[in-house]
Design a protein around this ligand. Structure first.
Ligand code: AMP
Ligand code: FE
Ligand code: FE
Ligand code: ZN
Length: 287
């Protein structure tokens, strides 16, 4: 089912294939009239994205997606962040430097595994945005070392595979505090990617994030099955977190993901969701 909103999309500022304004144009053409940009570790695309939203007459919300220091995959989205906020800027600079340190180490490992690629080739593919593993995958596909992106991960770069290299990340507390100090709203992205065992473990984490100041849960995600979507929705309600929905659209980088698609039976009233987000921000200003 395609929806008229999407709170999780990427652009060329990170590992998406469309520029921020092209994402907005595509959203408008696809009748996705509320869309939020959540590039990995950068807000570089936000100003262009928000401007394009005004031009196209759709609601384009600026945001960011931050990888959190955690044994599994934990990503935190921040919506309505002030991109000029000093704390946000210095936090993002830290994670961007961590990428710059990690990326050549991945190249080294790939080279040792017989994958002949260079950092220059990868930077070129990334086109000036934050360089992520999907860019490595793109070069590997182009040069015929793997037949698709998935294989680049499952054979080489996924966690536990021979060319995986970890990078320094922000702690949960720091990341949430940083989003909040930039006036933003923290929402835990695709909770299913935490890959925890059983409801109890999820409840523990949701309680913890709530205590840290996270306000929403991306209950509906293209990373989830319909059953997971329904379960996360229930847990979000239980922990008084509002539910958002996002496709994690990356354009051609992840061709199987479509804008506005994140499962069947999506129960999100988008206008009250935006109202809730705005209300939280206004109330916080009064404190
Ligand atoms: P990075 O932030 O550079 O570590 O790269 C993480 C990004 O790589 C994620 O946001 C996804 O876009 C992509 N990714 C991670 N794991 C996989 C996988 N197993 N298959 C395909 N893409 C993946
Ligand atoms: Fe990505
Ligand atoms: Fe993510
Ligand atoms: Zn994402």
């Amino acid at each position: 089912m395609k929806n008229s909103f999407d709170f999780h999309v990427h652009s060329t500022a990170s590992d998406g294939s469309l520029s921020p304004s092209d994402v907005v144009r595509k959203a408008a053409a696809d009748q996705v009239t509320v869309v939020a940009l959540t590039d990995h570790d950068t807000t570089e695309g936000v100003k262009e994205f928000v401007e394009a939203g005004k031009e196209c007459g759709i609601t384009a919300i600026g945001g960011v997606e931050i990888s959190i220091d955690y044994p599994g995959t934990m990503h935190m989205c921040g919506y309505f962040v002030d991109v000029d906020n000093d704390e946000l800027r210095s936090g993002l600079q830290f994670v961007q430097e961590a990428r710059l340190n990690r990326n050549p180490m991945i190249v080294e490992k790939l080279n040792a595994a017989g994958v002949d690629i260079t950092m220059e080739e990868i930077v070129k593919v990334a086109g000036g945005g934050q360089v992520g593993r999907p860019h490595f995958a793109e070069v590997m596909v182009r040069k015929g070392f793997v037949s698709n992106t998935k294989e680049a991960f499952t054979k080489y770069m996924a966690k536990g595979k021979p060319c995986y290299v970890d990078k320094k990340r922000l702690g949960l507390k720091e990341a949430v505090a940083m989003i909040r100090s930039a006036g933003g709203i923290a929402v835990l992205a695709h909770p299913g990617e935490l890959r925890l065992n059983g409801q109890g473990e999820y409840e523990e984490i949701f309680k913890r994030i709530k205590d840290e100041g996270v306000e929403g849960l991306e209950s509906y995600s293209s990373h989830h099955t319909d059953e997971q979507n329904a379960q996360f929705r229930e847990l979000a309600d239980k922990f008084d977190l509002f539910s958002t929905a996002g496709s994690d659209f990356h354009g051609d980088t992840k061709p199987h993901v479509q804008l506005g698609v994140f499962g069947e039976q999506v129960e999100v009233d988008v206008s009250s969701l935006i109202e809730t987000m705005n209300w939280i921000r206004t109330e916080r200003c009064k404190l």
